[in-house]
Write a protein that binds this ligand. Structure first.
Ligand code: AMP
Length: 494
């Protein structure tokens, strides 16, 4: 569920969606396809959006606060002419949602123009900013992405490829990038592959997107994921791929599968819905309870609820209705308002729950606001018992790589054990999936290669320990406090 997470934290979270389109016919207009791509990535960010287009000679761009459907119209899209486009939707924390932070960023120099759209969060922004300021750069935003574009621009005289590889070796953190020059579209993914990026094909060109659902939306075919540490350069000659930097372990963000991504996306070979269903199946095995009905919290809890129902044999019902029109655009600055928001956003279906022992599944507990309110809603609707099951382990640590989790003081699981949380939210029982169970669920969905049978055993550097596993191919920083790279300066103190 995606109830408004107002966050008083002072770092801008770049937790976004990006799209890139390259059409080989120079008379075709890429902005329309990019627009449809952005619409299907809207769940990744609702604060601002932007598009930049290149026609072989120059780059034009447009950024505005608001939702994709509200911001663009036929005239605006028609005015953005060019066969290459990159686009962005931004999710930022309240107070940081300003037009200055909207992307793509565009830089102009004697050597040409560059546009950048970034999803992720750098952990060495400050030293990089200082380095750039010492050599004359000034900044107009608090966005990491401005640092990235300034670094590329600074190195541009060495040639595009060198400028990109040099920049990418300097920045540390999570990044999926769509970069554009007047003639070229470039995609890059950080060496740990923390944030997703995939490549698709349309009849007359190529697509880069945060999630495959955007490729589907514009009638394309998913070709493959961009590998961790890979750069792809797309131009008249086709797609050129090379790797930058040292080989590092893959550490894809687990929370993409748990909460963030759309269920119809396929990420690094794993169908998101399938992964959520598997998590539900494991949860049913790990924390079975006698009940009459299983329901899920829309939208991200539904897959796990289906899996729980399938594995336990307890019937699945809708149980909860979500108001589709209350989004993150409605920012709740106080805890009181956040709580009230749950009532506005969710309601119980009496006919599904009245007089019943209900198992309710959500993907995560962060502050505990949603679960506490949901239990009140279910009891008011007549549920006889309410058993809460969570398809991710307790979130105990902040994320520094782009997921909007608050500081430790606000994370209920950082401060209380499961029994104390159960009492605080008022459930009859509460259980989280284990770390091993979650990783097992993900690994059971991995394909060896397209079309090949599933791996029968947990896979990929899969010697994860009983404590839950640093070598399993996923970043679990928010659960374990073990991050893919060391934190720099103030960051580690949240
Ligand atoms: P809370 O109400 O603070 O415990 O948050 C848990 C709920 O928020 C769950 O329903 C999650 O689906 C949802 N959620 C988890 N992470 C996020 C996030 N980064 N942004 C918005 N919603 C989230």
């Amino acid at each position: 569920m995606d109830i408004a997470h107002a966050n008083e934290d002072d770092k801008l979270k770049e937790y976004c969606g990006i799209i890139g389109v390259y059409l080989s016919n120079h008379d075709d207009n890429a902005s329309r396809l990019a627009y449809y791509g952005l619409q299907s990535l809207q769940h990744r960010g609702q604060e601002s959006t932007g598009l930049a287009v290149a026609d072989g000679e120059k780059i034009d761009h447009f950024r505005e606060m608001g939702l994709v459907a509200e911001v663009y119209n036929k005239e605006k899209l028609a005015a953005l002419k060019g066969h290459i486009a990159i686009g962005h939707v931004l999710y930022s924390t309240s107070g940081k949602a300003t037009i200055e932070n909207a992307q793509p960023f565009v830089s102009r120099s004697k050597l040409g123009q560059i546009a950048v759209a970034h999803n992720g969060s750098l952990v060495n922004t400050e030293p990089m900013k200082e380095f750039l300021e010492e050599t004359g750069s000034t900044f107009t935003s608090s966005s990491d992405s401005e640092v990235i574009i300034k670094l590329i621009a600074k190195n541009y005289k060495k040639g595009l490829e060198r400028a990109l590889t040099d920049t990418i070796q300097l920045i540390k953190g999570s990044f999926a990038l769509a970069v554009m020059t007047e003639k070229t579209l470039i995609g890059a993914r950080d060496p740990n592959g923390i944030r997703p990026l995939c490549l698709g094909k349309v009849q007359n060109g190529w697509i880069l997107a945060s999630e495959s659902c955007a490729i589907d939306a514009i009638g394309g075919e998913l070709v493959r994921d961009i590998a961790p540490g890979e750069i792809v350069i797309i131009n008249e000659d086709g797609v050129l791929s090379f790797n930058f930097g040292e080989k590092t372990a893959k550490k894809t963000c687990v929370f993409e599968y748990v909460y963030f991504a759309r269920p119809d996306s396929i990420m690094d070979g794993i169908g998101v819905l399938e992964a959520r269903m598997k998590m539900g199946e494991v949860l049913a095995r790990e924390s079975a309870v006698a009940a009459d009905v299983v329901i899920g919290v829309p939208d991200s809890g539904l897959g796990a609820a289906l899996g729980f129902s399938k594995a336990s044999g307890i019937p699945y019902a809708m149980g909860i209705v979500k108001n589709k029109y209350v989004g993150r655009t409605f920012i709740a600055p106080s805890q009181e308002e956040r709580e009230a928001m749950v009532f506005v956003k969710l309601n119980a279906l009496k006919s599904d729950v009245a007089g019943k022992r209900v198992i309710i599944i959500d993907d995560s507990i962060v502050r505990g606001t949603t679960s506490r309110r949901l239990i009140q809603i279910l009891r008011k609707a007549g549920a006889r018992e309410v058993h809460f099951r969570i398809s991710s382990p307790p979130v105990k640590f902040p994320c520094y790589f782009g997921i909007d989790t608050p500081c430790r003081a606000d994370l209920i699981s950082a401060n209380q054990d499961t029994e104390a949380i159960r009492q605080a939210i008022g459930a009859d029982s509460l259980a989280f999936i284990s770390m091993e169970g979650m990783i097992e669920a993900l690994q059971s969905c991995e394909y060896e290669e397209e079309g090949a049978p599933r791996k029968s055993e947990p896979s990929r550097e899969s010697n994860h320990s009983a404590s839950g596993a640093s070598n399993c191919g996923y970043c679990q920083g928010c659960f374990l406090g073990e991050y893919p790279m060391p934190m720099i300066g103030e960051l580690g103190k949240r």
